[in-house]
Design a binder for this molecule. Structure first.
Ligand code: IFM
Length: 502
């Protein structure tokens, strides 16, 4: 009797879910479903074959970056790329997002090209193409060559623009016959905040930070200078690509930003206004110059002469310098008006009088809003082709291979992408962060987002599929989803809370 009741309940749950599930076939056939990594986080071989350190290496060796260990071996993708590409193919991915290590390709950031670096990326790209996996390549993912940081202050100097353009030129020339999707920068909006305002990311510079003790920096000027040089470097590379390569290589060039859904903490006029200012700061800082040729008016007003200005020529090069926008989306944040902090020298959030109430490690409380993130960008910047370059669920690194929270997260967010598409948005691809358990930017080896677990105590660094990898593979291979999975997904299982882990 009980058995029958259970069976009936099971059938009704599966039936109820019939309106809810979706399949790969609901997406356009040419939609990219991939996974993502970045060079320093996955390659290892940090001092092999001529590679020199980047600012990410330096960060990983010191203070905050040390939490969880140093990433010199990481997943050793440098030696295991064939195995990793085979995993991707088995999972059914048709795209892989990775980044090139500038200091592996051009040791010290400028000068001769390293033949071993060239060989590695050629091999990786060829391996991907031979498995019908499109390479989506990022040029800078938090890893400026340390030599350029030491020589002239890296992104703080205008000299970086020429060196970045030369590096990009090498990449387009050597790999552009096979790489059709180029992203100049990963998350520059967070890179400049973490690297020059709060100091919790490379190159760890700050003067007023409640989070980090930096030995040098100036939080009231450097984030703006670094951002300006990043924008000019991006634009120089994009303009070069369009003039010299795009006509014959037929590829696309874009930039990536970390995006949030920003919600006012309360419905007060003050918090609503603060939310608009936070959007201007977190997206508009980079996207307004790229789409309209200048910084948001609010930033110009609040920051005054500390915000660099574009000459007419620069503005023309920056404006319209993307064919697509890549976004990384993880969570929603609440915004509070913070008038008392509007004094110069308080850091960039103080400059725009906002407080951001983040909850990165406690996703339980956070609404899922990838569709809202897409809608909000499209409202502000139009129907530009979008790629979800990163999206994923953090867990403790050595937790269970049965990563239900990650399966739930991915299931919900891919559905959001489908809803956005059905609503007319121009999303072209979705990448899970991350393919493997790699060296995490915040938290080293303590936390992870991977579809595959990598046991660091295993000398072979064998990759072990988590439930999420199997779930993603089932989805991509159009296999029927086990009803038990659907039932589990419907349960309101709590997301992990990782407070105080890093
Ligand atoms: O690991 C990082 C990645 O390098 C940039 N985007 C966010 C990820 C997770 O924190």
């Amino acid at each position: 009797m009980l058995g029958k009741a259970l069976l009936a309940a099971l059938i009704s749950l599966v039936a109820a879910s019939a309106t809810d599930p979706y399949s790969r076939d609901d997406f356009p056939p040419d939609f990219f479903f991939g996974a993502a990594t970045s060079a320093f986080q996955v390659e290892g071989a940090d001092d092999e074959d001529g590679r020199t350190p980047s600012i990410f290496d330096t960060y990983a060796r010191t203070a905050y970056g040390m939490s969880g260990g140093y990433g010199h071996k990481s997943c050793d993708q440098y030696h295991k790329y064939k195995e990793d590409v085979a995993l991707m193919a088995k999972m059914g991915l048709n795209a892989y997002r990775f980044s090139i290590s500038w200091s592996r390709l051009i040791p010290n950031g400028k000068g001769p090209v390293n033949p071993k670096g060239l060989e590695y990326y050629n091999n990786l790209i060829d391996e991907l193409i031979s498995h019908d996996i499109q390479p989506h390549v990022t040029l800078h993912h938090s890893d400026l060559p340390q030599a350029l940081e030491d020589e002239y202050g890296g992104w703080l100097s205008r000299r970086v623009v020429r060196d970045f353009k030369t590096y990009a030129d090498v990449c387009f020339r050597e790999f552009g016959d096979r790489v059709k999707y180029w992203t100049t920068m990963n998350e520059p909006n967070i890179f400049v905040i973490g690297g020059y305002d709060s100091g919790f990311l490379p190159p760890q510079r700050c003067s007023t930070s409640s989070i980090s003790n930096c030995s040098k920096g100036n939080s009231s000027t450097e984030p703006y200078i670094a951002a300006h040089n990043i924008l000019l470097s991006h634009a120089a590379a994009a303009s070069l690509y369009r003039k010299k390569y795009q006509g014959k290589q037929h590829g696309f060039i874009g930039i990536n930003i970390l995006t949030f859904v920003l919600l006012p903490l309360t419905n007060s006029t003050e918090d609503l206004g603060a939310t608009e200012r936070a959007k201007d700061l977190l997206s508009g800082w980079f996207l307004n110059p790229i789409m309209f040729g200048d910084y948001p008016d609010m930033m110009k007003k609040n920051i005054g002469s500390r915000l660099p200005s574009f000459t007419k020529t620069e503005s023309n090069i920056v404006k319209g310098s993307i064919d697509f926008l890549g976004i990384n989306y993880y969570y929603t944040s609440y915004i509070k008006n913070s008038p008392q902090s509007q004094a110069e020298g308080g850091g960039i959030f103080a400059d725009v009088a906002v407080e951001m109430i983040e909850n990165i490690f406690n996703a339980t409380a956070m609404p899922r809003d990838l569709q809202k993130a897409v809608d909000s960008l499209e409202q502000s910047y139009g129907n530009i082709p979008l790629y979800i370059h990163e999206n994923g669920q953090v867990t403790l690194r050595n937790s269970s291979l049965d990563d239900w929270p990650r399966v739930k997260y991915l299931h919900g967010h891919i559905k959001d992408v489908l809803d956005a598409l059905r609503n007319g948005s121009n999303v072209k691809g979705y990448f899970v962060w991350s393919l493997l358990d790699l060296y995490e930017l915040l938290g080293g080896y303590k936390i992870s987002y991977g579809l595959y677990y990598v046991d660091l105590n295993d000398r072979e660094l064998r990759r072990q599929p988590k439930l999420s990898a199997k779930w993603y593979a089932n989805f991509l291979h159009r296999r029927t989803i086990d009803p038990k999975v659907i039932i589990e997904l419907k349960k309101n299982a709590p997301m992990p809370s990782l407070h105080n882990v890093i």
